[in-house]
Design a protein around this ligand. Structure first.
Ligand code: ATP
Ligand code: MG
Length: 189
């Protein structure tokens, strides 16, 4: 194995701009989109910043690891879904919940009282047409300049990628589900 020489120069330009709120997108087919968003929420909370996490595909009563920990820490996390979205049990109901959820999320972004708003799995309601992409883009454009917004989910639309400041694609190299390993507490939920 070749030994690499450590870089002696930074490969990013010296920042010239102002600090400001960012739009961050986590997309792609590999695992880690939501967990990375929770990591940002933790980091911001650690700095004493106000954070809110909305989850479009989780029920309000969800008690996954993140809910338990965030409750202990005092980070508000709210499920906006009905858990049926996958099964198409009542599509119109799921769509209405997504619209109501978006109204809440939009209000908290626009209010400007939060440092960071996480919109976990928002790509699903966008893809299903339950929330209009134009409404989301308009909200991001019009938001108070200091508010950071993190959006997660597979298949981020190109216009959202164009509007974002930082976009990370989690690339699927391997996933244990494909080897038949079931979901486990503390890893999946
Ligand atoms: P996580 O919540 O673990 O960070 P994620 O947000 O990147 O995952 P989602 O697209 O939200 O991934 O997927 C939800 C569930 O599907 C998670 O339990 C995750 O482990 C699982 N998953 C993620 N990537 C894959 C994959 N490539 N193949 C199969 N299952 C996956
Ligand atoms: Mg996820």
């Amino acid at each position: 194995m070749d030994i690499e020489t450590p870089p002696s120069q930074r490969d990013t330009p010296k920042p010239q701009g102002e600090r400001r709120g960012l739009v961050l997108v986590h997309t792609g087919n590999g695992k880690g989109k939501s967990t990375a968003a929770f990591g940002l929420a933790l980091r911001a909370h650690g700095r004493g910043k106000a954070v809110k996490v909305y989850q479009f595909m989780k029920v309000p009563s969800a008690r996954f690891g993140e809910h338990r920990l965030f409750e202990q820490l005092g980070i508000p996390i709210e499920g906006l879904g009905d858990g049926f979205s996958w099964k198409s049990r009542d599509i119109e109901h799921s769509a209405q919940l997504a619209r109501d959820g978006w109204a809440k999320a939009e209000a908290s972004i626009r209010a400007g009282e939060l440092f960071m708003v996480v919109l976990d799995e928002i790509m699903y309601p966008l893809r299903y047409g339950w929330i209009a992409l134009d409404d989301v883009l308009a909200c991001l454009r019009a938001r108070p300049g200091h508010v950071h917004v993190v959006l997660t989910g597979r298949g981020a639309p190109q216009e959202l990628i164009d509007a974002a400041d930082t976009v990370t694609e989690m690339t699927l190299i391997k996933h244990h589900f494909n080897a038949g390993v079931p979901a486990q507490r503390g890893i999946e939920d």
